[in-house]
Design a protein around this ligand. Sequence first.
Ligand code: ATP
Ligand code: MG
Length: 398
Amino acid sequence: MKDLQKVLISHGDSNAIHQIRDALAGGRYELEEASTAAETIEKLTAFHPDVVLADAGLKGMDGLGLMRHLASEPQPPLVVLITAKGLERTAVQALREGAHNFILWPFDAAELEAVTHNAVEQRRLLRENESYEEELQHALLRLRNSQAALVQAEKLGSMGKLVAGVAHELNTPLGALRSSTDTIERAARRLLAWARSQEPEIAGQVQPFIDILSTTAAQSKSACDRITGIVANLRQFAQLDRADLQRAHVHDSLESTLALLNHEFNSKVEVVKEFGDVPEIECSPRQLNQLFMNLLLNANEAIRQSGREQGVIRLRTWQQDDWLKIEISDNGVGISGKDMERIFDPGFTTKGGVKVGTGLGLPISYQIVKEHRGRIEVVSHPGQGSRFTIVLPLEQRL
Ligand SMILES: Nc1ncnc2c1ncn2[C@@H]1O[C@H](COP(=O)(O)OP(=O)(O)OP(=O)(O)O)[C@@H](O)[C@H]1O
Ligand SMILES: [Mg+2]
């Protein structure tokens, strides 16, 4: 059965209430009555009327006063004021203050029914509007979340491809460099063997060149080793050859991300590691790399913004029951209370200077942590620094 619309008749005269009930009989409305202002207010919470038919001269509070009171309710009912003939000015005033309509007493039954019906309909439409608006807000929120997720997937995908491409491109010249270094080394060794078979005078003349060749070859070799290390880090960062969800050590992710940021941090940022004895966890290392990259870059930028000569980024890991906690704290600018409410909103950034932010780092981080069924906690003191704590389950199916 369709829900009946609720009408509260608020009138000091029981005879009047009787007449109004008669006029509205016919089963279209659920009726309730109140004979004083206090009773009317009480019935607002108990009955939740859609429309109040209120006597302008109600006991305890006149109709206008009652109307003002009703307007302060969270979802106020519509008010139809009942006012005696000759008091039209009160009615006009009531309309100005937001009454839906008025009825002159004594009333015409058909008119009362028409005015009430109109009020009830308007109230229904208002309610419908409110719920559409709410739905719209929810849809908007869902859209923003999925947009952030899409951007994340896109960003992760293209970053992985870029890094993979760079690693691959580096491998070819690196191979060539290694092989020429080997050739120089071998030539130096043969030259040395030859020099030893010669007169000491000749050997003495050649020796400095052999030394130069050997030292240069050794330097090139160690440079090659460093490049090999960087390529390995890039590959580890992009996680090219590993499946998505696997058992991995977050320390490996942290270390490989730090290795990539080494150059960015240079001497201005000291990284202090307090790694606990923690187990491997079930996770997507590729995504965790991205998460740590976002948080470490933010920490570095916060330190630069603070103008501090020497910044510190502290990394702590420890296990608590079935959870792994990773804390990344910095002594940078910190986050104001007002900004704190928005830092996870896609597109929110306070970086508009030399380095422009896109405001996607934290929403992406949030998504990654959410996908791991974890959470992020943030504590920050403006001027002193911020602490981001990532809490991840050891297993994905707890
Ligand atoms: N460690 C931090 N210290 C101070 N403020 C921070 C920190 N981390 C985040 N914020 C604040 O949160 C905002 C949003 O961070 P988020 O990483 O999402 O975007 P961004 O760094 O501005 O841009 P990008 O998309 O390049 O990461 C930052 O602009 C900054 O105001
Ligand atoms: Mg950022």
